[in-house]
Design a protein around this ligand. Structure first.
Ligand code: ADE
Length: 317
């Protein structure tokens, strides 16, 4: 049968505070698919507190999913209920837990994930668009209008917003464990939202050789102590933030391309870190390097990072 039927023997307790009547949702298509489930695009119609028609995303299970995956999705949903709302995280809107497949209804981000967003907007000549020259270049009749062009201020604002979202998650005792540009969504008005923070992750069962759908190795975002000792904390999230910063400044580049996992272990242990991206300001490169300090205590905190990027942004505007 259809998904959900497989778990007809499991009843999920009704939580009236979050339950959405399925009649309010019209599924329009699929946004993504992972190993565990899929994300659908849908329209919430006549849903209280929202515009008459509002696009949402729905996380659900695949037809062939196991009971363990249902438990994981329920745990993610509970995590999101408990964490509460913030502008720079993907917020839970509600859920459908009765009479059909489990739907976790979350905010829809129009521009998809940050990695693809940046790759689609890479400056053609590899040159970085400086805030001060933005108007000049559009006047010269370039391919991209100044409205679309990504400036250094945008990139710094992205870093600031991610730090904001992570500062909030840390305040709610939430450790992300997989902070990467692929897990950050871009919403209207270039508002960034940290996604997938509520995932249940079995750090002991983790496969270091597992690749993402685009063939990249998640270990390349992992802090040295997470890699060697499976120690995860907001400090290890800060390391991941440093890699995201590198992804931002390279417009969606791939960290340590074609480097095998075994070599990454040795490279990091020897003290090697990624080089400064082309056109990356020295002060921003130094922040990345600080995020990659071997001793977690020597890394900046998310509140530090919020303040640092706020002041860089102020100086650019
Ligand atoms: N892809 C995965 N989740 C998404 C969301 N919430 N909005 C847009 N695209 C997505």
């Amino acid at each position: 049968g259809s998904y959900g039927d497989d778990f007809a023997h499991i009843s999920i307790p009704l939580d009236k505070k979050w339950e959405i009547n399925r009649e309010h949702l019209r599924v329009d298509g699929q946004l993504g698919e992972g190993a565990f489930g899929r994300v659908l695009k849908a329209t919430a119609i006549g849903f209280p507190g929202f515009p008459p028609r509002h696009t949402v995303a729905i996380k659900t299970l695949k037809e062939n999913s196991t009971e363990a995956e249902l438990v994981d999705l329920l745990s993610e949903m509970n995590m999101m209920k408990n964490i509460g709302k913030h502008k720079n995280i993907v917020n839970l809107i509600g859920c459908c837990t009765q009479n059909g497949p489990l739907f976790m209804v979350i905010e829809y981000a129009k521009f998809g994930n940050l990695r693809q967003f940046l790759r689609d907007r890479r400056p053609a000549n590899g040159e970085f668009i400086d805030t001060s020259t933005e108007e000049d270049s559009s006047a010269d009749g370039e391919k991209r209008s100044s409205e679309e062009a990504i400036t250094l201020s945008d990139l710094v604002s992205f870093a600031f917003q991610i730090a904001r979202g992570m500062e909030y998650l840390e305040s709610k005792k939430c450790v992300h464990r997989d902070l990467a540009a692929r897990n950050i969504l871009v919403s209207e008005d270039k508002v960034l939202k940290v996604a997938d923070f509520g995932l249940a992750r079995d750090v002991h069962a983790m496969d270091y050789y597992r690749k993402t759908t685009d063939g990249r190795l998640p270990v390349k975002w992992m802090a040295i102590e997470a890699l060697f000792d499976r120690v995860y904390s907001s400090k290890s999230d800060v390391w991941g933030f440093g890699v995201v910063l590198w992804e931002i400044l390279t417009f969606g580049g791939t960290p340590y391309p074609s480097l095998p996992v075994e070599d990454l272990f040795e490279l990091l242990q020897s003290g090697y870190r990624m080089e400064k991206p082309h056109n990356c300001p020295q002060n921003i490169y130094e922040i990345m390097q600080n995020c990659w300090a071997e001793n977690p205590l020597n890394r900046p905190t998310f509140p530090n990072l919020v303040q640092i990027f706020d002041s860089i942004l102020t100086n650019l505007l």
